[in-house]
Design a protein around this ligand. Structure first.
Ligand code: SAM
Length: 189
């Protein structure tokens, strides 16, 4: 077999294996994610978020379902903030850990964020799925301090009024990004 054909087979085989691992990982955590599957926010959208949500180095940035950890890396690179990412998908978790190696400001937990206490967060970021947003609103309202900034990609937080709705400067990645301040009733639960 010519070498070029072998190389093509190996590349295609590798891609198929990665796709299969991705599918298995997504399906295995579906009962927890309920449709918020592993896909990454476009860099142009993260750029728009970082521009619109300035942070102090003392701030604590939390990504609920951090995927490959790109928002965490950008937040600490841009503002020097401490970051925490929760990720339940094992493939995404490994990717995030590898790509965040060496950043002392970033912690990533292979765990379910529904079980976490978010009251220390200064900025909460998420890109989830419509089916979980009502439950998320309840959780944020009961745990966050009033005024905590919350950024949700693509899907609004029910009942909350956004202070801003961003659109990245890209025709391909133009979905809304909702920016909120958690309401005054938050943190009482
Ligand atoms: C659409 S991706 C967004 C990834 C990343 N935040 C980004 O914007 O690039 C949603 C991620 O949330 C994770 N996820 C969903 N529900 C979760 C839960 N309850 N606990 C931890 N991770 C969760 C999924 O595995 C998935 O990787």
């Amino acid at each position: 077999m010519p070498l070029w054909l072998l190389v093509i087979f190996l590349v295609l085989g590798g891609l198929i294996v990665v796709k299969m691992l991705h599918a298995i990982a997504v399906v295995s955590v579906f009962p927890v994610t309920q449709g918020a599957m592993f896909t990454s926010t476009a860099r142009v959208k993260i750029e728009a978020i970082m521009n619109a949500v300035p942070m102090k180095p003392s701030d604590f940035f939390v990504d609920l379902g951090c995927g490959d950890g790109r928002a965490l890396r950008e937040a600490t690179k841009r503002y020097g903030v401490r970051c925490l990412g929760f990720e339940i998908n094992p493939l995404a978790y490994v990717l995030a850990r590898v790509q965040c190696l060496g950043s002392g400001n970033i912690r990533i937990r292979w765990s379910n964020f529904w079980k976490a206490d978010l009251r220390e967060a200064d900025v909460v970021f998420c890109y989830l799925f419509p089916d979980v947003m009502k439950r998320l609103a309840d959780k944020l309202e009961s745990e966050l301090r009033p005024g905590t900034r919350v950024v949700s990609c693509n899907f609004p937080v029910p009942r909350w009024q956004p202070v801003e709705v961003l659109h990245a400067a890209s025709t391909l990645h133009n979905d809304p990004i909702y920016v909120y301040r958690s309401p005054a009733s938050s943190g009482s639960g």
